[in-house]
Design a protein around this ligand. Structure first.
Ligand code: BGC
Ligand code: NOJ
Length: 815
């Protein structure tokens, strides 16, 4: 069953009924000011950091699930009937409800009692504000007298404090109201240099800024007192809970439309210019006013919206493909790329499943996000790499996360995840391959943000690799530390205390638990660093990295191979995990993918064997589960992984992030049908028809789909913020379609389903535009036989970088 459809032309997903199984959300904003918006206008906004600069309040895990947001109410002045044009929060009956989620904007429209309303929500590029443009149209054949009310709830900035420290917060809230603008200035009188504002383009019939006055002490958002009675209270908040509500009266002749614009934004004043007049307690509005006035003008709002659309056309224009499969086209061309931008911006901090107050930017996560983002805005990728590297510890190790506002690392979710450092090498390698900008390697970067500790970025990478080499266990495999990619495989944790964090507890120090996965990752990273060393002309060094990689490769084959698949780890006692010897958890997906990506077992049949085991033991119709058999009870020596009931999350859920590793591995061994089949199983667009089961948005990947051991097998959870976005993009574009940036140019090496006869693509790369046409006979998957560039045959399938501005026509034949 579907709840809407794709509009591929407009790059929108159109939701046609408001009661989707879960809120289906979208993101507003692209660089500093962000918002989350659901299909019923729920959600919240923040500036840079969802915890420390939260503009509007949001209550998670609510009933209904999604409540609180960017609400509007319409009220018929004659009948007294009122409703929400976005359905929530009144949930009145609507005709023609439609929510169009697009690239950085959402438009919600509906009709009730002959009144149409359409609201477009977006954040202009390069501005710290959001626009809500509402058009109300009278479709009745008589004049309509209406009231339009807006409503938001201000958050007192630090979202954690906002939810916990009421003895203080109920006395700090402050606002100013001037004309049609409500200024939220809690704590501005003391140490904050920022305030929020909520403005309206029309003269007001009234306003409210004290939530409980607006709502009434015992009313919810579905029946605010002011809306019910059709008149604001003109309340000025002082303490308690500041909110923002404008009241605009509209009289519309039959067929008449009226546009009302609201602007919600964030502003910072210089410390010495906070007040006007100086010495007073009144916000200095001299600089912010022109910005507010500008975007309240319809032509400016429209211009800003067009710029946003152009911005996305340009970004998505970097890679456009036309294949025989509409789900591939739509995900690669639009939605998967878009999700990569969102994960790059948010890491794992703010979604409807990540509260924005818990996790900051992940070290590992952000590096992986780069893999799917780097081609879009390489300058931002560069900046991100330098930020991440600046938090690296002198040992080469890493804090597991850092806070976006301060850019400092913290160990709130622990440290000593021993896979972390290697991902920095992979992130930097991706940047270098895309851009060729080797100057980044000479950038002086701190350790642990400590001034004076700077060394060139290149040395950070060297320390990353060394970090693993200096931490080998009894089998010469890398020590796992707190955990590796699988945050829940906590082999030194041994927790028996309820509520103790699996992510920070380590009851058995000095353990010898080892990770085969990090072994594979190390082999991959060593080769990447060797190539980077070569770029710098350090051939000897490159040799030594390759030798380290080869040694680890041999160790993995010796101690990490189980006979039919790669093993997962050795635990605190030195006992094997992920082996036929284990009754539960005898095969894990991660080492099968990572070891093959690293090239281990390609020459001796191990790779194919491992993939056959994945197919027979882990693959399901809804995707590949993380391990089997699921853990039926809690194992103190394994940690959080066994805390989940079978089939969920890391305990045998379909952890979508890992599936593309298997897709890539299948392309490496040349099995295009298998790769594409796995791709299709978790592709959200291909799952649109089973939305009642899948439940999450059909336009973005979820982190997890319940595995076959769960009662809700096939149900997705935790949409949007997941490494799944970047890795699926990499699998589809670079390995199945095979368009891959390398240091030496653009490689075209597709591995396609047998029945395809080719595909076409346009790729912008280092300033040139490549028109690529791949042809192949049915029945073949892989193996480029001929490459013609601008009419001339070339050797091999790596196309050297072409001059900037060049139009390059590439014809590729397979088989
Ligand atoms: C989740 C992991 C997550 C970790 C760190 C665990 O509860 O299952 O997926 O990475 O927490 O926040
Ligand atoms: C989610 C985390 O964000 C990611 O870093 C981790 O690899 C997976 N969980 C698996 O535990």
């Amino acid at each position: 069953m579907r709840y809407g459809h794709f509009d591929d032309e407009r790059r929108e997903y159109v939701i046609t009924r408001p009661d989707t199984p879960l809120p289906w959300i979208n993101y507003l904003g692209s660089e500093a000011y962000f918002g989350i918006i659901s299909n019923t206008a729920g959600g919240y906004s923040f500036y840079r950091d969802a915890r420390l600069r939260r503009l509007t309040r949001y209550r998670y895990n609510n009933t209904p699930f999604d409540l609180g947001g960017r609400y509007l109410y319409l009220r018929d002045s004659i009948s007294g009937d009122f409703w929400s044009p976005s359905w929530q929060p009144t949930r009145s009956e609507l005709e023609d409800y439609e929510c169009r989620h697009g690239m950085g904007y959402s438009a919600i429209s509906s009709r009730h009692a002959g009144i149409e309303a359409e609201t477009l929500y977006f954040v202009p590029v390069d501005e710290n504000l959001e626009i809500w443009r509402t058009r109300v149209t009278n479709k009745r054949d008589a004049e309509a007298k209406l009231s339009l009310f807006s409503a938001i709830e201000f958050c007192l900035w630090d979202a954690w404090d906002d939810q916990t420290n009421f003895q203080r917060n109920f006395s700090t809230g402050q606002v100013e109201v001037e004309g049609s603008v409500i200024y939220h200035k809690t704590e501005y009188r003391e140490r904050r240099d920022h305030f929020a504002y909520f403005a309206c383009s029309e003269p007001l019939a009234g306003f409210d800024t004290q939530r409980d006055t607006f709502l009434g002490a015992y009313n919810g958002w579905d029946s605010p007192s002011a809306v019910k009675r059709g008149e604001s209270f003109d309340s000025v908040a002082h303490g308690w809970a500041p909110c923002g509500s404008h009241h605009v009266e509209l009289t519309l002749a039959p067929g008449e439309s009226k546009e009302v614009i609201f602007v919600l934004g964030y502003w910072e004043n210089a410390e010495e210019a906070k007040f006007d007049p100086p010495g007073s307690q009144t916000i200095n509005k001299k600089l912010v006013k022109p910005v507010i006035d500008r975007y309240l003008r319809p032509e400016e709002a429209e211009g800003a919206f067009q710029r946003l659309r152009d911005y996305w056309s340009e970004l998505l224009g970097i890679l456009q493909v036309t294949t025989p499969d509409e789900h591939t086209n739509r995900m690669v061309n639009v939605w998967n790329a878009y999700q990569c931008m969102v994960t790059f911006n948010m890491s794992r901090s703010a979604s409807f499943y990540e509260s924005g107050i818990g996790r900051g930017m992940g070290f590992r996560d952000s590096n992986q996000d780069l893999l799917g983002f780097v081609h879009m805005v390489p300058e931002r990728a560069r900046e991100r790499i330098l930020d991440i590297a600046a938090t690296q510890l002198p040992s080469g190790g890493a804090y597991h996360q850092y806070q976006p506002l301060t850019k400092r690392g913290n160990d709130a979710v622990g440290s000593g995840f021993n896979d972390d450092p290697a991902w920095l090498i992979l992130g930097v390698a991706a940047y270098l391959k895309e851009t060729g900008d080797i100057s980044i390697l000479d950038e002086e970067v701190t350790y642990d943000n400590e001034p004076g500790s700077e060394s060139p970025l290149y040395e950070h990478l060297q320390r990353s690799l060394r970090y693993t080499l200096q931490r080998l266990g009894p089998h010469e495999l890398p020590l796992i530390g707190r955990a590796d990619w699988n945050d829940c495989l906590n082999l030194n944790c041994f927790s028996t205390t309820p509520g103790e964090s699996f992510q920070t507890t380590e009851n058995k120090e000095g353990g010898v638990a080892e990770s085969v996965f990090i072994g594979g990752l190390f082999v991959l990273a060593a080769e990447e660093l060797a190539q980077i060393a070569e770029l710098r002309g350090h051939t000897d060094e490159a040799e030594s990295y390759r030798a380290d990689g080869a040694k680890m490769d041999a160790v993995v084959r010796e101690h990490g191979w189980d006979g039919e698949w790669f093993r997962r780890a050795y635990d605190y006692y030195g006992d094997v995990i992920g082996s036929a010897q284990n009754e539960e958890g005898s095969i894990f997906i991660e080492p099968q993918g990572m070891c093959i990506l690293a090239g281990i077992g390609l020459d001796d049949g191990k790779a194919e064997k491992a993939l056959d085991s994945v197919a027979s033991k882990l693959a399901t119709e809804h995707g590949i589960v993380l391990q089997q058999p699921a853990f039926s009870h809690y194992y103190v020596n394994l940690g959080e992984i066994s805390s989940y009931p079978p089939g969920y999350k890391e305990n045998a859920g379909i952890f979508c992030h890992t599936n593309p590793w298997i897709m890539i591995a299948e392309t490496i061994v040349g099995r295009g049908d298998a790769a594409f089949d796995y791709y299709r199983r978790i592709n959200p667009s291909a799952r649109e028809d089973i939305s009642e089961l899948h439940r999450c948005e059909p336009y973005v990947y979820p982190q997890m789909i319940a595995g076959k051991d769960a009662p809700s097998f096939g149900e997705a959870k935790n949409s949007w913020l997941s490494g799944t976005a970047a890795w699926n993009f990499v699998a589809a574009s670079q390995w199945i379609l095979g368009i891959r940036a390398e240091h030496g140019g653009l490689r075209i090496d597709p591995c396609l389903p047998k029945e395809w006869e080719g595909y076409e693509a346009e790729r912008k790369f280092r300033g040139a535009t490549y028109q690529i046409k791949v042809s192949k006979p049915a029945g073949v998957c892989k193996g480029v036989t001929r490459v013609v560039v601008n009419g001339e045959d070339v050797e091999g399938n790596l196309i050297a970088p072409q001059p900037a501005g060049a139009e390059v026509v590439v014809e590729v034949s397979i088989g």
